[in-house]
Design a protein around this ligand. Structure first.
Ligand SMILES: NCc1[nH]cc(CCC(=O)O)c1CC(=O)O
Length: 296
């Protein structure tokens, strides 16, 4: 809702003679909270219901956390706008230790993300990683009740909801590579709504958009799902796009890394950079890893 209200306010300011209305919806991803996302399975858990509203014309645009948007959109939909991203890092929230690497042996870390679990266990195989789901308040409450020694979640969500004070450490992407699209908002429309694309265009942030395309390209090329332990993070430094990607097993026993950079000005070049990262991962045996993940 914060994200939708944020876009509503920006759009309303851009188009004072229009009325921008909010139609709050929940999705399967919001409703099913007793399972990890990897176990709920299926693509588009956080977006499908919104696409139905776009399809029927009940809604003109849908605001998503880009992280939750599948790498391939269903036919007839488009994602013309990627907004400037918040802090893309993961955050460490704990009263017990200044960082998860400083926890005593056997301590319990909460996260339901296989990407986070893999990277935490690679650095600290002795820690116990336990499932943690629910909205931000629920996750913080479970921590405060003492079920975990610390939890890891996206810094962006905490910052947006004014909970930044809970952050004990912002984790360096070199230690914990963020998810594809983390901390960026994407706006989805029906592909035939050229009128909406024009109205929304000023909300797009070109550097974030290029980063997001590169990150999404590597994930798409590997053909994983939300249960694939995959991280990808791009940074734009004026002209050069730097992209890092990481694929491995949830227990952290195997991790493949790619790092690529190129001068990027167009969407096609950003896509190509993602493909190059995927190629590097495949060269190191990504397919065998993906097959092993699929079978497990
Ligand atoms: N459904 C998971 C999800 N999708 C987006 C965010 C956080 C905000 C963002 O990355 O934009 C989260 C929660 C989390 O990872 O802690």
């Amino acid at each position: 809702m914060w994200q939708a209200e944020h876009v509503q306010a920006l759009l309303q300011a851009l188009h004072p003679s229009s009325r921008v209305c909010l139609d709050g919806m929940t999705t399967r991803g919001d409703q099913i909270l007793d399972k990890t996302l990897a176990k709920v399975g299926g693509k588009g858990l956080f977006v499908k219901e919104l696409e139905l509203a776009l399809e029927s014309g009940e809604a003109d645009l849908a605001v998503h956390s880009l992280k939750d948007v599948p790498m391939v959109l269903p036919a007839g939909f488009a994602l013309p706008v990627i907004m400037q991203r918040e802090d893309p890092r993961d955050a460490w929230v704990s009263e017990r230790a200044p960082h998860f690497t400083a926890l005593p042996p056997g301590a319990v870390v909460g996260t339901s993300s296989l990407r986070r679990e893999m990277q935490i266990r690679a650095l600290r195989p002795d820690l116990r990683v336990m499932p943690l789901r629910g909205n931000l308040d629920t996750r913080l409450r479970k921590l405060d009740e003492g079920q975990y020694d610390g939890i890891v979640l996206a810094a962006a969500g905490l910052k947006r909801l004014g909970l930044e004070a809970r952050i004990r450490a912002l984790i360096d992407p070199a230690e914990l590579l963020p998810a594809v699209g983390q901390a960026a908002l994407g706006i989805e429309i029906r592909a035939d709504r050229a009128d909406m694309a024009v109205m929304l265009a000023p909300l797009d942030h070109a550097p974030t958009h290029l980063c997001a395309l590169a990150e999404r390209s590597v994930a798409r090329a590997l053909g994983g799902s939300c249960s694939t332990p995959l991280g990808a993070h791009a940074q734009w430094s004026g002209q050069t796009l730097e992209l890092r990607a990481l694929l491995g097993l949830p227990d952290g026993s195997r991790m493949l890394r790619a790092e690529v950079a190129a001068t990027v000005a167009t969407s096609a070049q950003a896509d190509a950079l993602g493909l190059e990262a995927a190629r590097q991962l495949r060269e190191q045996g990504a397919q065998a890893l993906l097959d092993q993940l699929e079978a497990s």
